[in-house]
Design a protein around this ligand. Structure first.
Ligand SMILES: N[C@@H](CCC(=O)N[C@@H](CS)C(=O)NCC(=O)O)C(=O)O
Length: 201
């Protein structure tokens, strides 16, 4: 049994989206988290060591970190087309994309949005290099790995739908975001995201 530890309007929404894309059977455990505005609190029902979301329980295994959960789930559903299984010609590109999202796109995007790149030339260069790489990729091809969607696109697409300004203006990025946000699985995920009526954290 798969149980997603989830808080509405957070990074775990992307894992709901992925589970819907995979056609997986899963439970959602809604938890409260600390929010940036000072509201919310850590939840005793959350097994994540930092009381963050997402976390995934698969029987007795606990998986944390969005990129690790993404790889774990797509390996569990190799026929879904959202991952690139062992032996697939794009396996290396898929692993690189997941690590690049977690290790470069998200930290550089966060540094930019929080204003840190403005005062630190190394961060500024890292951010510009990331933007150049991602925007030129999406201007050249429909998805990060090429012509076919992968779960790496859900990580980036989820972040962009939340905060488009993580990346600079680009027709390729706008088209990419439109394609991703039109997916029926995302509409289903948004219903799950907001399911617990009156839920407050
Ligand atoms: N690197 C983690 C980040 C997870 C994370 O920052 N989650 C936020 C929600 S968007 C959270 O749980 N915040 C509550 C807290 O930090 O206490 C991942 O990608 O899974």
């Amino acid at each position: 049994m798969l149980t997603l530890i989830h808080a509405p309007m957070s990074r775990s929404g992307r894992m709901v989206w992925l589970l819907e894309e995979l056609g997986a059977e899963y439970d959602v455990r809604y938890v409260s988290i600390r929010r940036r505005d000072g509201s919310g609190a850590p939840d005793d029902n959350n097994p994540h060591p930092h009381k963050q979301v997402p976390a995934l329980l698969h029987d007795k295994a606990l998986i944390t970190e969005s990129a690790a959960i993404t790889l774990y789930l797509t390996d569990l559903f190799p026929k879904s087309g959202m991952g690139r299984p062992q032996g697939h010609a794009e396996r290396g590109a898929y692993l690189s994309g997941l690590a690049y999202y977690a290790g470069v796109i998200e930290p550089m995007g966060t540094a930019f949005v929080s204003g840190m790149t403005q005062s630190n030339p190394n961060l500024e260069k890292g951010y510009r290099d990331m933007c150049q790489h991602v925007t030129s990729t999406l201007e050249r091809q429909p998805f990060l790995l090429g012509d076919r969607i992968s779960a790496v696109d859900l990580l980036l697409g989820g972040a962009l739908s939340w905060m488009r300004r993580v990346l600079p203006e680009s027709a390729g990025v706008d088209r990419y975001l439109q394609t991703l946000t039109a997916r029926p699985a995302l509409a289903r995920a948004r219903e799950v995201d907001s399911k617990p009526d009156g839920f407050h954290d």
